[in-house]
Write a protein that binds this ligand. Sequence first.
Ligand code: SF4
Length: 308
Amino acid sequence: MQRAPAHTDAQVVRTILRWYARHGRRLPWRGIGDPYRILIAEIMLHQTQVNRVLLLYPVFLRRFPTLSSLAGAPQSAVVIAWRGLGYNNRAVRLHKLAGMLVRDFEGALPEQINELERLPGIGKYSAHALAVSVHRRDLPVVDVNIKRVLSRLFWRMPTTADLRPEKEIWQRAEALVPRGRGYPWMQAVMDLGATVCTARTPACPGCPVEQFCASVRTIVRVRPPRITKESLMAGEPNRIYRGRIIETLRSSKGHSGICAVTLGKTIYPRFSHRNEPWLRRLLAGLEKDGLIRTNNPPSFRHCVVRLA
Ligand code: SF4
């Protein structure tokens, strides 16, 4: 697969940074120095759309304005405040992470990647993004947008569904980071991927790096294949039912608990005793993830569920 010549790297970087200076998105977690606010945005943005985070970020920060207020709150309060953001496991991990930062790091976010990666819910991407955003380190960052932009820009990608392997993209990203400008560079490539070089419909005419792009004239727009490995129930992924369980417990404030059978009927109106093994599995998974507690009775009919 063809790659653009390496000598264009500096030009590519300069061009994207110039474009970002004029067209970058103004987002409330950008250009700030508060590590706590940056951390909250980072965790939220990992699996939630920017528009939704824009709505819910200030609400969450009003509820938990500081790291210590978050660390000192009951976990169930954090899960309740996570309403609308989805993937509720993140609320549990964020709460653990806040506790760990307060307990083991005097409330500061570590600077080293290996330390960051040991924190709950922080993988390679988040560790690098936090080191860049909080400590302004010049490090490569590869998220889904950056992976897409770099794949298309530096290799001739046959279709919009194709991407280069993760390892190659990290190497490319590392070679590109401009010294002293790692922070705006990360934001710039993310924005290019989010607003111009989008997943399905890259806006090549008018793209700031059109003249450097290896895929510009050849990339074919296709619908990405639907790959779902998730178990389904009545055509819906179990992830949806897990979310409904947490939402139902949130609405009941999570303290008094709800009978498992009532919960089953709330999340799936056709629930009957035949669906009990399915609901048991969902509850066991949520309990293992630390999101709920049950009273573990011998009979499922007497099972009561509450937020952990
Ligand atoms: Fe993406 Fe098209 Fe720009 Fe290349 S020219 S980076 S494919 S939008």
